[in-house]
Design a protein. Structure first.
Lengths: 333, 305
């Protein structure tokens, strides 16, 4: 059996608006293996979150999803009905959201919300489910788990709530976890703890993890592979080492200049930034989407769409018409 | 929960005391009660005699506590008009009003909550349009006109229901529809808005991401949070029905408490008005108290600090 947990081909999400169709996600391919962490990075509005919701089939009703292949551990879940999908969600694939403060229902206890997940997918007695829930809370580092089960979300801090969310997602031991900016809303000190916890649990349960973030520091710590998204497309994809040591796409290179590196970034020197703004994704768009902000732009960049390519077959693909030599000549990070 | 209940109970008691003071004061704001009691033809000596007899010459606080003590033991004085005990008078009329109020609020809830939920699940759908149409109608139709139309249609033309009186349960059908339909729009719109808001909440997305069945997501996770404001509104609507159903009671000749209040006001029958105000206010206070308790049970954030 192959190790591939998630295989997605040509995912597109369109949102019809009064002013035209918003092409929020455009032709995204993704794959994740068991034990692997794929980080999807990109700035706000680049389609990261919609990509993750599309995988769970939890998009807002007005968003239109088109997808050519969607396989979970070798099984296509593409044609699944809502009922069949709900058997998969929380069971084979779980999701952790950005906002721990509002992601738990305020009207029910932690225990209630955890137990209902277990009882939905597993044939267990109430007591057995409660024991499992307690065990899982302990596993995510929550002390006094028994007492926590009886508490309501508003009695817990943000960090604790996110731990509860993680525990809840892990209850049915899914093969794949999608975490959409799980640490963005937390204190910096808590962020590191939660990431470390995710990484540990991923190893323990041998899951595939898709981590969506705009924080490159997070990526550096946790990623096996990285996909960089810009304006609804993946513009570069490769192993974490490749992306950090040898970024190719001008956008990725721009991102890397934005983070300080000890020993490399000079004291007092300004950090990099990427001038300009993300283009509007409403209506048809031809050419490179990064053209307006790129220092290497020439006329041909705008003439036709650019495909994701891997000229050296090193599993590092990028979406730029320029050759590697030309890109390397660009401003060095 | 116990602490919360005691706190609410204490507050309710304070409000009740304030209300009792105000309703006691009504007697003095409007006119000299001795003159009102003695009637138009009484001489000064007669008025003075009544003033002494009823103790209107004593300090006002003494009179208040005296009145309060009697009120608490169920003695609300005698009606100027009927010459009978106000408490007995109110008790007799209240059963009619309560029957009407309970059935009307039940009708309103049964009509509006499911419609509000259905409308919120599919905004701008046919069912949403129908719900909107019904609520605009309910808000816009004057009760008296709607009541008359029902009488014309159901009683006069089809001869299905009695036009007036309160002898059988059939007499209560049309008043229930009119009064309930009047309260329904607000409850329906609030249910719809609350449900729409809750359905877009993060925890609903979480519930779906856990693979819960749509019906569990809707009725367990969403409805419980959406009905919290509806509970408070319904309590107020119910209180209003008990005291403010004068139009409906008059048209259908249901001699309830609302009708009695209207009669007593026109007759300057102050003790009865005073008693009714006290009873209506106490109802409001009790209803609000129970609504608060229900909300605290629904929303743990209220009951656990």
């Amino acid at each position: 059996m192959s190790n591939r947990v998630l295989d997605v081909e040509n995912l597109t999400v369109d949102i019809p608006l009064a002013t035209g169709i918003l092409h929020a996600v455009d032709g995204v391919n993704l794959h994740v293996d068991r034990g692997e962490t794929l980080c999807i990075v990109g700035e706000s509005g680049c389609g990261k979150s919609l990509t993750s919701l599309a995988l769970m089939d939890l998009l807002p009703t007005k968003a239109v999803r088109k997808i050519e292949k969607l396989e979970l551990s070798g099984t296509s879940i593409l044609g699944y009905s809502e009922r069949e999908m709900s058997d998969v969600r929380g069971n084979k694939m779980g999701m952790i959201f950005q906002e721990p403060m509002t992601s738990l229902n305020p009207a029910f206890t932690i225990g209630n919300q955890m137990i209902e997940t277990l009882l939905r997918h597993r044939n267990l007695s109430n007591d057995a489910a409660r024991d499992l829930a307690k065990l899982m809370l302990e596993k995510v580092g929550i002390t006094a788990a028994e007492q926590r089960l009886g508490q309501y979300p508003h009695q817990l801090s943000g960090g604790l709530r996110q731990r509860v969310m993680i525990a809840m997602t892990l209850l049915c031991e899914p093969e794949l976890i999608i975490a959409d900016e799980p640490t963005t809303a937390l204190d910096v000190t808590i962020q590191a703890q939660i990431l470390l916890l995710l990484k540990e649990l991923q190893n323990e349960f041998d899951m595939g993890l898709v981590l969506i973030t705009h924080d490159l520091g997070v990526v550096a710590r946790i990623a096996t592979r990285v996909a960089v998204m810009y304006a609804g497309q993946i513009v570069e994809e490769g192993t974490a080492k490749q992306i950090f040591e040898n970024p190719l796409h001008p956008y990725t290179r721009g991102l890397m200049r934005c983070i300080p590196v000890p020993g490399k970034t000079k004291r007092g020197a300004p950090l990099g930034s990427i001038p300009g703004m993300v283009p509007s994704l409403i209506g048809d768009f031809t050419g490179c989407r990064f053209a307006d902000r790129c220092e290497l732009t020439s006329d041909i960049c705008r003439q036709s769409d650019v495909s994701l390519r891997d000229p050296n077959v090193k599993a590092q693909a990028y979406r730029c018409i320029h050759g590697i030599e030309m890109l390397a000549k660009g401003e060095v990070a | 929960m116990l602490y919360y209940t005691l706190k609410r109970l204490g507050l309710a008691g304070l409000v009740a005391l304030t209300v009792s003071f105000i309703s006691f004061g009504l007697l003095y704001i409007s006119s000299d009660p001795a003159i009102a009691m003695a009637g138009e033809t009484a001489s000064d000596a007669d008025i003075e005699a009544i003033r002494q007899l009823y103790g209107f010459d004593r300090p006002i606080l003494v009179q208040y506590f005296d009145w309060l003590q009697r009120a608490m033991s169920g003695d609300l004085g005698k009606s100027y008009y009927f010459r009978t005990d106000v408490s007995a008078l109110i008790a007799e009329r209240l059963s009619t009003t309560m029957t009407l109020g309970v059935s009307a609020i039940t009708f309103a809830i049964v009509l509006s909550v499911p419609l509000g939920v259905a409308a919120a699940i599919r905004p701008n759908s046919l069912i949403d349009r129908i719900a909107l149409f019904l609520s605009v109608m309910g808000q816009a139709l004057p009760s008296f006109w709607f009541a008359l139309m029902l009488i014309v249609f159901l009683s006069v033309s089809l001869r299905l229901l009695p036009t007036s009186g309160s002898d059988t349960w059939q007499h209560f059908i049309m008043p229930t529809i009119v009064l309930g339909y009047y309260a329904a729009p607000a409850i329906m719109r609030l249910t719809r808005t609350g449900m729409l808001e809750v359905l877009s909440a993060d925890y609903i997305r979480t519930a779906r991401a856990k693979g819960l069945r749509p019906r569990v997501v809707l009725f367990k996770h969403a409805l419980r949070n959406a009905v919290i404001p509806v509970v408070s509104l319904t309590a107020v609507q119910f209180g209003f029905m008990l005291g403010g159903s004068i139009v409906v009671e008059t048209i259908f000749a249901l001699h309830g408490a609302g009708f009695l209040a209207w009669e007593s006001i026109t007759r300057n029958d102050l003790p009865t008005v005073q008693g009714l105000i006290l009873v209506f206010s106490l109802f409001y206070i009790v209803l609000t108290f129970f609504a608060d308790l229900l909300n605290a049970w629904l929303d743990p954030r209220i009951r656990i600090n």
